[in-house]
Design a protein around this ligand. Structure first.
Ligand SMILES: [Zn+2]
Length: 126
């Protein structure tokens, strides 16, 4: 009985030591492992990943920033031209959307609720 206990404790000590001494596995290509998403990204995906690291959002993938909608803090609407169609859900429970053209220049008001919107120039990265 005591020999069996001694053998079991010796086996545990050996396996624990081996696990502690094993080198940590790496997933990088340099170590011969599986490449990460950043290592194998190309083209537009790589542009988006690089921009995300700097905090930029060139394709509006992130959740839009919220504005008060007042004259002092209008909703900013990015556009690559000098006008854009805007849909305003005037109240939270509305089922209809009020659509109107937003032009470059001064902030405009929604014809239904009066929330302010302003067009800001936006350039696509390519
Ligand atoms: Zn509205």
């Amino acid at each position: 009985m005591s020999a069996r206990l001694l053998l079991r404790s010796a086996f545990r000590a050996t396996t624990t030591f081996r696990a502690a001494m094993a080198p940590s596995m790496s997933r990088t290509m340099a170590a011969g492992g599986i490449p990460t998403d950043e290592e194998q990204a190309t083209g537009l995906e790589k542009v988006i990943m690089t921009a995300a690291k700097t905090g930029a959002d060139p394709y509006n993938l992130m959740r839009p920033k919220e504005y008060a909608g007042s004259k002092a803090d209008p909703h900013m609407v990015p556009s690559i031209t000098d006008k854009r169609i805007v849909g305003c859900v005037c109240e939270e429970d509305n089922t209809a959307v009020v659509w109107f053209w937003l032009h470059q220049g001064e902030p405009q008001r929604c014809p239904s609720c009066g929330a302010h919107y302003q067009l800001v120039a936006h350039e696509l990265p390519h």
